[in-house]
Write a protein that binds this ligand. Structure first.
Ligand code: GLN
Length: 235
């Protein structure tokens, strides 16, 4: 029996799961076990309520334009809960289509405007008959950590107020192919275009999310063993 217990909301885990993004759940559980922590996972999907008080950590994967259109309609009713979760500084990871839907809107490959929930201040445009596809490496400016992944997106995202990039592009395209930013960070919400899945290849990010979730839930706990966990590079 683990000492610590976390509950994870897998937002639209049945619809938003391109390129094996569900591997992020497995990676979190793998690292959590080494931190004497278990994670109960609940998929929150169409017509489910999202109560931010019931969850310690959240994942939101990528999706095709069609699935994003379906999720876009449903997620509007969960906006208040998701906003509260984010502003309470609870850790969330949003990938690609999930990242786009946390922002104001995404213009699909067909030119359709798919509304997001605007809890983060970015927006996403389309590109004509082109996608950003390939391996990508970025560097986080605060920690100096390098993250590795695989991007495949039509969207070109532009960051807004209160957002800083997850990293600056060393190779690849990133948010929009122009400003060298990739992903977004706001409070403890991390967004990225990286598949791979991102946490299996970048365990330091998994560790960051888990430590934050444990600190929030167990403010009195001595987490020195958890913080000392060494993450072997897996890329
Ligand atoms: N459909 C979106 C795009 O093409 C997101 C893709 C994804 O999640 N992989 O930009």
């Amino acid at each position: 029996m683990a000492k610590y217990h976390l509950t994870l909301a897998h937002l639209y885990g049945d619809l938003m799961n391109t390129y094996g993004d569900i591997g992020n759940v497995n990676a979190l559980q793998y690292y959590a076990r080494q931190m004497d922590t278990d994670i109960a996972v609940k998929v929150i999907s169409i017509e489910d309520d999202f109560d931010p008080n019931k969850f310690d950590i959240a994942l939101f994967g990528g999706g095709q334009d069609y699935e994003q259109t379906v999720v876009s309609k449903d997620i509007q009713s969960k906006k208040a809960g998701i906003q509260e979760f984010i502003e309470d500084d609870k850790p969330m990871l949003a990938i690609c289509g999930g990242y786009q839907l946390l922002g104001h809107y995404y213009i699909s490959a067909a030119g359709e405007k798919i509304p997001g929930i605007g809890v983060l201040d970015h927006y996403t445009l389309s590109q004509d008959h082109h996608r950003f596809i390939g391996n990508i490496t970025i560097q986080n400016e605060e920690t100096g950590q390098k993250y590795h992944g695989f991007e495949n997106h039509n969207g070109r995202t532009f960051l807004g107020k209160g957002e800083r990039p997850l990293g600056m592009v060393l190779s690849g395209h990133g948010n929009n192919g122009d400003d060298k930013t990739e992903g977004a960070i706001h409070k403890s919400t991390f967004c990225s275009y990286f598949h791979g899945p991102i946490l299996t290849r970048n365990g330091e990010l998994a560790k960051r999310l888990l430590i934050k979730a444990l600190e929030n839930k167990y403010p009195q706990a001595d987490l020195s063993q958890q913080k000392a966990l060494t993450i072997a590079p897996t890329f």
